[in-house]
Design a protein around this ligand. Sequence first.
Ligand SMILES: *Cc1c(COP(=O)(O)O)cnc(C)c1O
Length: 394
Amino acid sequence: MSHRIWGVCATMEPKLPERLLMGPGPSPVSPAVRLAMAEPVVGHLDPRFIQLMDAVADGLRLVFGTANRLTLPLSGTGSAGMETMVANWVEPGDRMLVVRHGFFGERIRDAAARRGAEVAVLDAPWGTAVPADQFFDTLERVGPVKLVAVVLAETSTGVLQPLDGWADAVHAQGGLLLVDAVTAIGGMPVDVDPRGIDVCFAGSQKCLSVPPGLAPFTVGERALAALRDRRTPVGTWYFDLTMLGRYWGQERFYHHTAPVSMVYALAAALEEVRQEGLPARFARHRRAARALWAGLEAMDLELLVDEPHRLPSLTTVRVPDGVDDATVRGLLLERFNIEIGGGLGALRGKIWRIGTMGYGARIENVVRVLSALEVVLGRRGGAEAAWRAWESER
Ligand SMILES: *Cc1c(COP(=O)(O)O)cnc(C)c1O
């Protein structure tokens, strides 16, 4: 008997299904990006590939909102960005403040503690953002700290954390502001330079609509100086940014082999971003999200987050009383080929997470999710309300 486990191969069965990915990631990949991944593989020091690396770095500067020279995609998923941030800037005994308004904030705390940071935590109830005053008060109370880390777009709760004035406050007491922008990049402004963010990481698989596997990363001058001033060597070889900077920078010093086809995919996705234009792209995300909210509310479902703090890329909605979370998600997947996400941590079984990310942030997808939910939950009016909300923004 042959073992035909490779469903991804065109000549083998069964073929993988075409799911509509409306969860917290990965998001739908556009046809142009899929085709880019099928291009011939060239050597990673080929002159044509080096041109592509430069174009990718430029595209990343655009979506990050920065002129930082050290801007590159790390070879790994979004979590590799988190690991790199912590490994390069945390030294044992460093004092750090982690703002924890969800599951990913807790992961930053965990990663930093493993590297020996002395971590203070500022918590906010899940589903809310940290008020500015509370942040400034906490910083004054626990400071001075070398590092402050925060998740801009908390994918576990659907909350957008405002950062007005944060970088100035952190810099004033001699520290650096580190930001997780995984679910923000490509779907809303990250504004690394305008906000004064020192270190920022992201992921390829959310609003950039590239398969999982790359982690965009950018570093400002202040953070570079802190890296040069380290007392101890960086405790990871693969994610040592100084070495990676020599590979992606002018020297092209061999560090590791870039995942060539993934870089093609990111290049194609960034070209699509450039053609659409950032303002139009951000507006499309907001419009799709508002249509989704209107539809969910028309079905008498309760959104977890107050409107001013909602993400345009990820919506959290409470599972109604008497409804089994996993059963509904299973039906959506098996009968309708639609993926949405469940809750993480304390919100497990209590919410659904519906993504409107990148290539997926379109009305036809919102209507498909809502129609399927209407059928499965036995409720009415969602798809129609979404369509009306979408049309009202013309
Ligand atoms: C998805 C996500 C990550 C982790 O990215 P992976 O690609 O799953 O490794 C980190 N932070 C946030 C906010 C995310 O949404």
